[in-house]
Ligand binder design. Sequence first.
Ligand SMILES: Cc1cc2nc3c(=O)[nH]c(=O)nc-3n(C[C@H](O)[C@H](O)[C@H](O)COP(=O)(O)OP(=O)(O)OC[C@H]3O[C@@H](n4cnc5c(N)ncnc54)[C@H](O)[C@@H]3O)c2cc1C
Length: 476
Amino acid sequence: MALKTAQEYKDSLKDGRVVYYKGERVADVTTHPELSVCVDTMALDYEMAENPRYRDLAVVSDEALGEDISRYYHLPQNGEDLLKLFDLIVASTRLGDGFIPLAHDIGADALNAISITANILGNSDYIARIEAYRTTLKKNDLAVVTGMTDVKGDRMLRPSDPGQAHPDYYVRVVERRRDGIVVRGAKVHISGAPYSNELFVIPSRAMTAADADYAVAFAIPVNTPGLKQVGRPFHAHITSLEFPNSRPLRVHTDSLIIFDDVFVPWERVFLCGEWQVAATLVVNFALLHRRTGCAYRIPMSEQLLGVAKAIAEYNGIANAPHVKEKLTDIVIYLETLRSLSHAACLDFVTYGGIAVPNPVSTNIAKYHFANEYHKVIKIIQDLAGGLLVTAPTFRDYQLPELQADIAKYLGAKADVPTEQRLRMLDLIRRITGADRETIALHGEGSLQAQRMTILAEARKTIAQCQLMVEEQAEIA
Ligand SMILES: Cc1cc2nc3c(=O)[nH]c(=O)nc-3n(C[C@H](O)[C@H](O)[C@H](O)COP(=O)(O)OP(=O)(O)OC[C@H]3O[C@@H](n4cnc5c(N)ncnc54)[C@H](O)[C@@H]3O)c2cc1C
């Protein structure tokens, strides 16, 4: 079996995993009234592979295995491979109405970043283990997510700094055994982990010799003993205050993952003490994952452009000069993101034998998305008007004694029914808001993380520019 069906994926989650949500231990994530919505969102990845419309994008034929596998586990060799992968992430996020299914993308980013790191390190044990693990993922079409972000404690202190309140703010090795290692610590904000099969764990920062125990990377099944997760609450259903909508709601949760002395067998350990390459792993994962993040953000930005145009039209202001300017701003926002992301794939570089998108354009694309996001939301809030927060609810609209009044007084453009305007406002509320604003800013790293990478990666260009002007100024 290389490709799983959506049902097989769902069945694979009934494995005794320890997940807490809203103050309770969850017996089965697939039947939980809220988490099952996330499971359905992740299952979209598996449905795509079964759907003839997407199969070419979602599936590649693996020569070594002689089977079809998920494209995510195929090693990119060139710009075309990178673009196809990018298009797959965009298509799956469109299918998820702005939510990436998450079954393979973030795990594949970690897998490839670890491969690059092992190849650069030239460690044949790690290279063999990671390739064996890649084969396991391909053969079983496992869902994998990645835990990079440590809880960190005091941000200005290193993991091993004695000033930290305790030594477990970053995941670390507490015991080395003949058959494996034991790890302790916690990762936070980990998307999709309560309903993934496997979890990659990688360091979240550069390390020093004193931090060697924290330079650890591994992959384990989510039901491994000692691993427990606490999911973040989210809105899983359209409430009775909103207009009914038959489209399934797509959503994810992000969890705090606690490693309570978890045993990891050596064959699943891909870094253990080599602190010198922790930064290489972090930088490469961040690069690949920012590319993936840019792909998620294209459908999200398309949604923002769509709702801005729709609500402007419904309010009768679509042809006002300031509104056209604002729509132009969103078009520039979207197309800059799209162009930079595509250029990054075509202008790829090869690290450790794997094609990766151009680091400077990728980081600028992600930075552009995050840095301008709140400005786009401001435009939408401006065009929508105050009804975005004051409109009567669907329940009020349903009352026979109110419906005609609401329809009469909350109409705007004559040919747009009031209900259409109110439904669009419901959608705008769902796709904007604090959750999305925070993920826009922090998902794939903070703004400062991208700026630091851009500066580091552009060092050669900066030096060349300085040399050029020094020649022009005839400075010896
Ligand atoms: C919805 C969501 C989903 C996510 N999914 C995942 C996931 O699946 N896997 C994963 O690994 N991570 C995930 N993340 C984590 C994301 O990558 C982090 O939120 C991001 O890296 C910022 O880290 P933080 O939240 O700890 O904030 P902090 O690091 O505390 O950042 C807060 C501020 O402090 C600044 N700061 C931090 N450290 C320093 C320092 N040493 N010096 C100066 N300034 C500093 C930052 O620049 C920022 O301005 C997710 C985040 C969100 C919001």
